[in-house]
Design a protein around this ligand. Structure first.
Ligand code: PGA
Length: 256
């Protein structure tokens, strides 16, 4: 049984003071949630303060990116060792990083292996563009992203990975995939490929979040789908009420 997991991706929003205020609000509002894993992925500048604010709570902390080397002359980057001091999770290969900062399946793979080697829980993002979707290329494209990300990752490590299927055209647009389409793509482009790379047990063990314009009023439709184990939430994770609404509606839909 895969434990449901909802994570907020705060992107490049929130000063340290704003981040701590949001974290404290979520800590209070979500204090009674025990059956679902929860995390917030903050800007790197807020990791230390938010991890302090959420210490001992049921909400984990994640980074939004990292480099794959432990240390070195890499100006502006943060390493897995540094992330590990402050966070348990790290988002890898978000489509905004692929689009604006040159991330490729190869760098995603290097980062994924580094995160696993350091005991971080990676949240690896995959998903197709609108053009690819319209051209009917979603399944081969997402399948190739999975193959690229997991190259050289052992089965024992693979089960610790969380995936976020985020159609790029659904991110921040108010558009979403239909729950049925998202569920089908996760089955054929993600779980079937993982079963081929590893085996059925690994494919069934890995949690897959849906991401892209998740809100309180559509969360239930996604979370009840058999292949969808939670959500990666951008815009609606930036306020206590909207993120709390997503979590509560997911719990209600699951009867938890
Ligand atoms: P959104 O972002 O919820 O604002 O669409 C999702 C994401 O980018 O992870």
């Amino acid at each position: 049984m895969r434990k449901p997991f909802i994570a907020g991706n705060w992107k490049m929003y929130k000063t340290v003071a704003e981040a701590v205020s949001l974290a404290n609000g979520l800590k209070t509002a979500l204090a009674d949630v025990t059956t679902m894993e929860l995390a917030v992925c903050t800007p790197a500048t807020a990791l230390a303060a938010v991890s302090g604010a959420l210490a001992g709570s049921n909400i984990g902390v994640g980074a939004q990116n990292m480099y794959w080397k432990d240390e070195g002359a890499f100006t502006g980057e943060i390493s897995p060792v540094m992330v590990k001091e402050l966070a348990r999770y790290v988002i890898i290969g978000h489509s905004e990083r692929r689009q604006y900062f040159g991330e490729t399946d190869e760098t995603v793979n290097l980062k994924l292996k580094a995160a696993l080697a350091h005991g971080l829980t990676p949240i690896v993002c995959i998903g197709e563009s609108l053009e690819q979707n319209k051209a009917g290329e979603t399944v081969p494209f997402v399948g190739a992203q999975i193959r690229g990300a997991f190259a050289g990752v052992s089965a024992a490590e693979a089960v610790n990975v969380v995936l976020a299927y985020e159609p790029i055209w659904a991110i921040g647009t108010g558009l979403t995939a239909t729950p049925e389409d998202a569920d089908r793509i996760i089955q054929v482009a993600i779980r079937d490929v993982l079963a081929e790379l590893y085996d059925g047990a690994v494919a069934e063990a890995i949690r897959v979040q849906y991401g892209g314009s998740v809100k309180a009023d559509n969360m239930a439709d996604f979370i009840v789908m058999p292949n969808i184990d939670g959500a990666l939430v951008g815009g609606a994770s930036l306020k206590v009420d909207s993120f709390t609404g997503i979590v509560k509606n997911a719990l209600a839909a699951l009867g938890m």
